[in-house]
Design a protein around this ligand. Structure first.
Ligand SMILES: [Ca+2]
Ligand SMILES: [Ca+2]
Ligand SMILES: [Ca+2]
Length: 444
């Protein structure tokens, strides 16, 4: 009954409607792959599926398009070096599951959030997990990556949370138990131009005009130290051709909770999102200064994709009202992908909200847009849309989706639900047409 209703809804919003024949072939192939070669699927997911439903695993991207993804992978350890040690062997369950998801979606450009900072870790993950077939997937290779330090866990030297003592995660420049916890990394199959790439780790919150700083909370001395970015903000310059750059604008603003009535984290989350809203607006970006001292933002006409776990849902959860609308309603952001027909969705998210109930039942947002499976009980906020891939309005978007399998899909074993298998977030992907190329014809 419920499945039927979901499919009715699903049929109207899928960006692609596949020919039933091709769809069936794909589902049959997928079933075969999963039943034959799948050590990670030993949890015996329910395999009986209605073959007319869209697959969680997206179709291969069309030629002349580029697939861009963001994924909060929850790769954080309890202490410095934990993740690096884990990635040194190819046997750890969580990275195997994450790599299995990535091998299904097969992005060309990828941001991972919550990836503890260590310059050695990206290569270890690439070599020991992505380059090895996981659950029947094809190995996935990225020739390039970008990683840089994060503010998380770096002591500020001030009592930022006003607990009465100095020390611990809440008094760090960004919340974290050790330096670089919850960092980020970008993987790319296209070259990264390191000279053009910019970072905004050191930019001070107080230096943002009309910053939303909590009134009477921070001392002037602490504000002279407190960065706006809780991790870092990077403009990673991806080289599409000799002349063309795609600016991959990545970040991971602090979650809006874990504070008091002063809402210092909610306010910082708002302004961390605002950094990109200002950066892409030449009339508002003059004040920005990157870590190498270069002033200003992105020139008009540049192509960009904003990506990351931005910790803000347009309708539900605890972020400052309008925080994410700074980007979703920004004139330079592709509106169809932000709030229109091409906003990334999944049938699995709708199904999860219904099945899990609790806080989800009282929410206002469209559950099919959710990207994070948060707690639904007690004070839990329920499932939210927190992860975004937002191309600029001058880019043509061909397709999009969220890798969120329904409980009846074979891929369900790859994601957290009642069992912690991989991450509490889901991968979000968007396909864009390369310049001079058009999207394949879409049927609606
Ligand atoms: Ca403190
Ligand atoms: Ca949930
Ligand atoms: Ca929701």
């Amino acid at each position: 009954m419920i499945r039927g209703a979901l499919w009715q809804r699903g049929a109207s919003w899928r960006p692609f409607v596949f020919a039933p024949q091709a769809m069936r072939m794909m589902m049959i192939a997928l079933s075969a792959i999963f039943s034959l070669v799948s050590p990670v699927l030993s949890r015996e997911p329910v395999l009986s599926r209605d073959n007319s439903e869209p697959a969680t695993t997206p179709p291969p991207r069309a030629s002349g398009t580029l697939r861009i993804a963001t994924y909060n992978v929850s790769f954080f350890g309890k202490a410095e070096g934990d993740l690096t040690r884990e990635l040194t062997t190819p046997e750890s369950v969580q990275p195997k599951q994450i790599a299995a998801v990535l091998q299904r979606v097969r992005p060309n450009i990828l941001l991972l959030n919550e990836f503890d900072y260590d310059p050695r870790s990206p290569e270890l993950f690439a070599r020991n997990y992505l380059a090895i077939s996981q659950a029947g997937g094809k190995p996935l290779r990225f020739a390039h990556h970008f990683i840089a330090p994060s503010n998380t866990g770096i002591p500020s030297g001030f009592d930022l949370d006003r607990s009465g003592s100095i020390g611990g995660g809440n008094d760090a420049l960004g919340f974290g138990q050790f330096s670089g916890q919850y960092g980020l990394v970008v993987f790319s199959q296209l070259p990264i131009d390191n000279t053009t790439t910019r970072t905004f780790r050191h930019f001070l919150w107080r230096d943002m005009p009309s910053a939303l700083l909590p009134p009477d909370w921070y001392t002037p001395e602490s504000l002279a130290k407190l960065s706006l970015s809780s991790k870092s903000h990077w403009d990673v310059a991806i080289r599409l051709s000799r002349k063309e750059i795609l600016h991959f604008l990545v970040s991971h603003p602090t979650p809006p909770g874990f504070d008091g009535p002063e809402d210092r984290n909610g306010r910082r989350n708002h302004d961390e999102i605002r950094l990109w809203a200002d950066y892409i607006d030449p009339s508002r970006s003059d004040y920005l200064r990157d870590d190498r001292g270069r002033q200003g933002g992105l020139e008009a006409g540049a192509s960009f994709v904003i990506a990351g776990d931005l910790n803000a849902d347009p309708q539900d959860g605890g972020s400052v009202r309008g925080a994410i609308d700074q980007l979703l309603l920004h004139p330079r952001v592709n509106r169809e992908t932000a709030i229109g027909d091409l906003a990334p969705r999944s049938r699995g998210a709708s199904e999860a909200a219904l099945r899990q109930g609790g806080a989800n039942a009282a929410q206002r947002g469209d559950a099919s847009l959710d990207t994070a499976d948060f707690s639904d009980r007690g004070n839990g906020v329920g499932n939210l849309r927190t992860d975004y891939v937002l191309p600029s309005s001058n880019l043509e978007v061909c397709a999009s989706g969220v890798f969120w399998p329904a409980s009846t899909d074979a891929e369900f074993a790859l994601v957290n639900d009642d069992v912690e298998a991989s991450s509490d977030h889901r991968l979000v992907w968007v396909d864009i047409a390369l310049s001079g190329r058009r999207c394949p014809i879409r049927s609606k």
